[in-house]
Design a protein around this ligand. Structure first.
Ligand code: S3P
Length: 450
């Protein structure tokens, strides 16, 4: 297990007039995939703008352990000399994945069709998360998994000696599961077919096509059908990682709830499989513009401009939008606290198995700050109080979850009383410079004395 980090308790206070330009970090999902596909390609993949958050750095170390040569060239530039599809070697030590579900699940998929054995572990949050969603499909390829009760890490995967291709319907909306099966299918003969009933983020499909794999995607009445031909020669690429719409959500939402704010968040990837939060905020009446809309590297990109929005209304978020904003429900519920009326969120069972049980973590934290929340297994309703009526004053448990930590710090910017969180340390997994960037906008954020 990784050495536990010392908790960093923090406090945020009401502030006014957040203003300026925020260069948020690069996309976490795309950063993991750049390293993994770079490691499975032939030649040198050059990555600029890699997110140097803890999660991605753990994936970089893991790729090195499986035999790739991964170098940090400085300023977000990285080089990966890949070993080619089927070229992973057996790691000598345990693969430490820290807090990262994406890291561990994608890597388990990628190694499952190699005749090697690897043991994976993570922090206290990751070691509680379900891994059967990966070990079930990789068993179909011929891999075996030996983990703790309930399919938890630490876990050893014995890769398939003679992998066979599979046809797999992903049982839950999960880009991690879809991607793990695709990566396993790379080193299997013939065609691997993946069916996802609900579309999830499609970065793996896009990037694999960019690396030269044969990937065909068809949208049918059954859902999305992805066909992948095994044993491609993946060719090294030059990748520029766009900025993360999930990280952009924090300064954008901070601006919406603090009086007099006007914040510009440039170069945000607005791939429709990721942009659901922004559609939802606009439906709530947020003053949020997409400036300079354009395409970069095949992805829609815009500069987001968010201004104080005192008249937002609660809405029912369409459940079919859930996958495109699955990481954004915590920060949405913060904004919804400052809106008039109820915000209803349904079809969100997956929130219960993220870095924390996010419905439970948000409900507890919001109640500690004077909000009323109703919840069920796969839904929750937040009763908005309207601008100027969010009490705050609570101490929030963040359960080693970066997005819970950042969401409650943002709540404090608009609440009447300071909001304290027990630990801001995990913010470094996805948004290492959150504190200085928010402070530069004029936010009031402090680390507490122990
Ligand atoms: C991710 C997929 C999502 C998301 C996670 C990143 C990815 O997880 O919550 O932060 O990069 O594929 P699920 O696949 O569990 O939905």
């Amino acid at each position: 297990m990784s050495a536990p980090f010392v908790p960093i308790p923090m406090t945020s206070k009401k502030c006014m007039g957040l203003s300026g330009v925020v260069e948020v970090p690069s996309d976490k999902s795309i950063s993991h995939r750049s390293l993994i596909l770079g490691a499975m390609a032939i030649g040198e993949t050059k990555i600029s703008g890699l997110l140097e958050g803890r999660d991605v750095l753990d994936t970089a170390k893991a790729m090195q352990a499986f035999g790739a040569t991964v170098k940090n060239l400085g300023d977000g530039n990285w080089s990966v000399h890949g070993v080619g599809v089927g070229g992973f070697s057996e790691p000598q030590g345990v693969i430490e994945c820290g807090n990262s579900g994406t890291g561990v699940r994608l890597i388990m998929g990628a190694m499952a069709t190699h005749e090697i054995t690897a043991t994976f572990t993570g922090d206290a949050s990751l070691n509680k998360r379900p891994m059967a969603r990966i070990t079930d499909p990789i068993a179909l390829f011929g891999a075996n998994a030996y983990g703790r009760k309930g399919g938890r890490l630490p876990m050893t995967i014995v890769g398939a000696k003679h992998p066979v291709p599979v046809s797999y319907t992903v049982p839950m909306p999960s880009a991690q599961v879809k991607s793990a099966v695709m990566l396993a299918g790379l080193n299997a003969p013939g065609e691997t077919v993946i069916i996802e009933k609900k579309a999830t983020r499609d970065h793996t499909e896009r990037m694999l096509m960019g690396f030269g794999a044969e990937v065909e995607v068809n949208t049918t009445s059954e859902g999305r059908i992805i066909k992948l031909r095994g044993y491609p020669d993946l060719q090294a690429q030059t990748i520029s990682v766009p900025r993360d719409p999930s990280s952009a959500a924090f300064p954008v939402c901070a601006a919406l709830i603090t009086e007099g704010s006007d914040v510009l968040v440039p170069n945000i990837g607005l791939n429709p499989t990721r942009a659901g939060l922004y559609t939802t905020l606009r439906e709530m009446g947020a003053d949020l513009d997409y400036d300079n809309e354009r395409f970069e590297g095949g992805e829609p990109v815009a500069d987001l401009r968010a201004k104080f929005s005192p008249n937002m209304k609660g809405i029912e978020v369409p459940p079919e939008r859930a996958a495109s904003m699955i990481d954004e429900y915590p920060i949405l519920s913060v904004v919804a606290s400052f809106a008039e009326g109820d915000t209803v969120m349904r079809g969100v069972k997956e929130l219960r198995v993220k870095e924390s049980d996010r419905i439970d973590a948000m409900a507890k934290g919001l109640r500690a700050n004077g909000m009323e929340v109703d919840e069920g297994e796969d839904w929750w309703v937040l009763h908005g109080k309207g601008m100027g009526n969010v009490l705050g004053g609570g101490l929030v448990e963040t359960f080693l979850d970066h997005r819970i930590a950042m969401s409650f710090l943002v709540l404090g910017f608009g609440a009447e009383n300071p909001v304290r969180i027990d630990d801001g340390g995990p913010i470094a997994t996805s948004f290492p410079n959150f504190e200085p960037l928010m402070a530069a906008l004029g936010a009031n954020l402090t680390r507490n004395d122990h």
